[in-house]
Design a protein. Structure first.
Length: 212
């Protein structure tokens, strides 16, 4: 797995997101969109979820042994969850999962103590009611809205206002330029993801660059 960095705007590492990758023998490093559909069709998604959870827990322990004091967020199914101890991991869910399997997802999220992040917020079909019904701790603003800075920020500003009214934390995804970073700072969105500071890297890279 690789890890996508979560920074405070002032270049302080405050979290990591686990990214599943398949190092194929002939095709090289593949992203989930290249192989997850086949895994799902053959009924192996729970095996993948177990692998991600167990690997993330193992890596988190290694990171903490090296002075890391934050968490790792993972993307796993919450509509058909595995029976596995999530420990201190944070869980990322999608709007589509919330809509399609609302009752199942809501019941599961309320049964676990883990922090819940709603990924790619603003691109799906969830309503404001969902934000109240589900145990959402953090909204991750989709990169499409960040890329619109400074041309068209009306929707982005509305999302920020909504999150503050509901007392939900924010992470801006896809921050790649100083202009985008400065805009986020000016609007008090201090936690970001994106290539502006660093690209996704291995566990060893995280330790050697940020924890040594």
């Amino acid at each position: 797995m690789l890890y996508k960095f979560i920074f405070i705007c002032y270049y302080e590492l405050v979290g990591l997101e686990a990214l599943l990758r398949w190092n194929h023998s002939t095709k090289g490093l593949l992203t989930p969109d290249k192989f997850l559909d086949n895994i799902y069709m053959h009924g192996f998604m729970k095996d993948i979820d177990k692998f991600v959870i167990n690997r993330a827990k193992k890596d988190l322990q290694i990171l903490r042994n090296n002075g890391y004091n934050h968490s790792i967020s993972i993307n796993v199914s919450v509509s058909n969850p595995v029976d596995c101890n999530l420990e201190d991991l944070e869980i990322e869910i999608t709007e589509i999962e919330m809509v399609v399997d609302r009752e199942i997802v809501s019941k599961y999220l309320k049964s676990i103590p883990n922090k819940i992040l709603l990924d790619d917020f603003g691109t799906g079909f969830s309503s404001l009611q969902y934000l109240q019904d589900f145990k959402i701790d953090t909204l991750k603003i989709d990169r499409a809205f960040i890329s619109s800075i400074p041309r068209n920020t009306v929707v982005l500003e509305t999302i920020i206002m909504l999150a503050r009214m509901l007392n939900i934390d924010l992470i801006a995804e896809g921050v790649e330029t100083k202009e985008q970073l400065d805009w986020c700072k000016a609007h008090n969105v201090y936690v970001i993801q994106g290539f502006y500071y660093d690209k996704p890297e291995s566990l060893n890279y995280v330790i050697n660059k940020y924890l040594s």
